[in-house]
Design a protein around this ligand. Structure first.
Ligand SMILES: Cc1cc2nc3c(=O)[nH]c(=O)nc-3n(C[C@H](O)[C@H](O)[C@H](O)COP(=O)(O)O)c2cc1C
Length: 198
């Protein structure tokens, strides 16, 4: 069975980003793809330094070997697709999620994510608070890693836009909730036709 992993970039393990990702996960499972949600704050918890200090080039993985982050990276490399979720922090992704991306230099060198489908989800407190620039900041990292970017574009629902944006409280954002099945369907379509991952 194909598998999609979601990375929750919020420090709140059961906040608004979690709410969107878990609803997206339920829709993904309806499309016959298994789903696992990982909170990045937990994966960062046993790292001495969460961000990259560029101690070696190429990366020798010494800062995360034997840590929870190594296990999460391994899961991501084995997954068939990844959903990245982040709260809007100053119009961009959270530092926690950026720390995750900064730990992927070695994986990038191994082309571990090349062609793997990835999509993005963001939630902010304000209606136009930078959700789309947050999606784009995530997509920029995904592009540098060679992922295939997936958006909420689906034949029966139209071309969509950049992925899933919501305003807090996410469970009351009717438009965002309506786009969840669309993004799930498109993401699963890409994952089911992809030969990347296991
Ligand atoms: C450091 C920080 C920066 C933030 N910057 C923005 C912002 O630029 N735009 C916005 O709409 N909300 C901003 N917020 C609010 C969060 O995006 C919002 O509370 C989000 O829904 C939290 O998601 P969570 O419940 O998953 O943690 C910020 C919050 C924090 C803590």
């Amino acid at each position: 069975m194909k598998k999609i992993i979601a990375i929750n970039g919020s420090p709140n393990a059961s906040g608004n980003t979690y709410e969107l990702l878990s609803r997206l996960g339920a829709e993904i499972e309806k499309n016959g793809v298994s789903f696992e949600l990982i909170t990045i704050q937990e994966a960062l918890s046993d790292l001495k330094i969460p961000y990259c200090v560029c101690c070696s080039s190429p990366c020798n993985q010494s800062c995360y070997q034997g840590t929870k982050m190594e296990a999460v990276l391994q899961k991501c490399m084995e997954a068939d697709g990844i959903v990245f979720g982040s709260p809007v922090y100053f119009g961009s992704m959270s530092a926690q999620l950026k720390c995750f991306f900064d730990k992927t230099r070695d994986a990038r060198g191994k082309k571990a994510f090349l062609g793997k489908p990835a999509c993005a989800v963001s939630v902010g407190a304000t209606k136009y608070g930078g959700q789309q620039s947050t999606l784009r900041s995530i997509q920029d990292c995904c592009m540098v890693l060679g992922f295939s970017i997936v958006t909420d574009a689906e034949e029966e629902f139209g071309c969509g836009h950049f992925g899933l944006s919501a305003q807090k409280p996410a469970c009351e954002d009717a438009y965002a909730l309506a786009r969840i099945p669309v993004l799930a369907k498109r993401m699963c379509r890409e994952v089911l036709k992809s030969s990347s991952g296991k």
